[in-house]
Design a protein around this ligand. Structure first.
Ligand code: KG4
Length: 347
């Protein structure tokens, strides 16, 4: 079964063709990062206008790379939540139009769920393992520029939130700390690289909510503590920049790992799947592998940040059960659930 994924949630126009849930025939991502860089964040109107210009060529390229015609696609997966409303609408209306013209069914996908599915893209063995119910439940940890959230998943399509950040997302904290240190954007990869030369124990930064009983997170206090330390140091050397990056990164990772393992113990899960841009971080990966008693899955790095392959991979489970989203129900902030219901969070 071939599924075409379409993604326009924030500042990436993406399209992909995935076969049978894990075989990626093509994955094309057209990033707008350069356009938004000078504003220090994504400008929604600019994002939507650029999606309008790029989404059709992006889909064309994904189909060409997959040596597939639109008529050979079995169904389409479109990201409907979370995201910027005007940006989401471009992908949704594109999918709806193709759906009407080509008579292809569509599945409205929750991007957060699909981030976990990125873990078994291109990994047939893991894909087959996750088909078996005895390897569930799982904890999903989704860590990106806009989200830090833990989910309990009993099986494909059956997931519920256990906790989330009460303020900044962890990726946002990486981006802001990089900005404070004049390292550039996006901050995550630069902080990680800079931290390689630093000492994680040089500065004692707080681990917010590390001992709270719930499964929520908070990163704004950690970010502010870094700001105060920078002010206190006044003129900082490159050695101190590396130490600040390393100490900040370790503090953020300590909280992510501890809370996720707490959730894994509490719900006696069989595995943990980590997704989202921050899942590309090697320190996070190593910390999990060292401390977890259950297997921890990570996507290939190219599938950590937003992409359409994970949407198409996720949609496979719905398509197999012939669960599609009616054309008149697809809109921003709705998504399909495995019981056949379209959840509408738009109001
Ligand atoms: O999933 P994504 O594309 O989502 C959003 O757009 O929200 O993730 C982007 C985020 C950025 O905040 C970026 O700094 C962070 O993921 N990121 C990383 C790394 N690579 C990307 N954070 C830490 N370490 C990395 N290696």
């Amino acid at each position: 079964m071939k599924i075409l994924g379409i993604e326009t949630a924030v500042d990436e126009s993406a399209a992909a063709v995935v076969e049978d849930g894990y075989r990626v025939l093509s994955s094309v991502v057209s990033s707008q990062a350069e356009i938004h860089q000078k504003y220090g964040g994504v400008v929604p109107e600019l994002a939507a206008r650029n999606h309008v210009a790029t989404i059709i060529p992006t889909i064309d390229l994904a189909l060409a790379k997959a040596h597939t015609k639109l008529s050979d696609i079995d169904c389409m997966a479109v990201c409907t939540t979370p995201g910027l409303v005007t940006a989401l609408l471009v992908g949704i209306e594109t999918a709806r139009t193709f759906g009407c013209v080509m008579q292809k069914p569509i599945i409205a996908i929750n991007d957060l769920e699909s981030h976990a599915f990125a873990c078994w893209l291109e990994d047939e063995e893991l894909f087959r393992k996750t088909q078996r119910k005895e390897n569930w439940p799982m904890i999903y940890l989704i860590v990106s520029g806009g989200t830090t959230q833990l989910f309990l998943a009993n099986y494909f399509g059956e997931f519920r939130s256990l906790g989330q950040t009460l303020d900044d997302a962890v990726g946002e904290a990486f981006d802001k700390v990089a900005k404070m240190l004049n390292l550039g954007y996006p901050g995550g990869p630069i902080i990680e690289k800079t931290a390689l030369k630093g000492n994680v124990e040089a500065y004692k930064f707080p681990r917010p909510m590390l001992h709270s009983k719930d499964l929520n997170f908070s990163f704004s206090g950690l970010k502010t503590a870094v700001l105060y330390k920078i002010k206190e140091l006044q003129k900082i050397s490159s050695r101190q920049i590396a130490d600040l990056a390393a100490s900040f990164q370790q503090a953020a990772i300590d909280v992510l790992v501890k809370k996720t393992l707490q959730a894994a113990d509490e719900y006696r899960v069989k595995a943990i799947a980590v997704g989202g841009g921050v899942a590309a971080n090697n320190f996070l990966r190593n910390n999990f592998q060292q401390k977890s008693r259950v297997p921890v899955y990570f996507p290939l790095k190219k599938y950590c940040t937003d992409n359409a392959a994970m949407l198409a991979g996720c949609a496979y489970y719905y398509a197999q059960k012939k669960i599609f989203t009616p054309l008149d129900k697809i809109k921003p902030f709705c998504y399909q659930n495995i019981k056949g219901k379209t959840i509408d969070n738009s109001t």
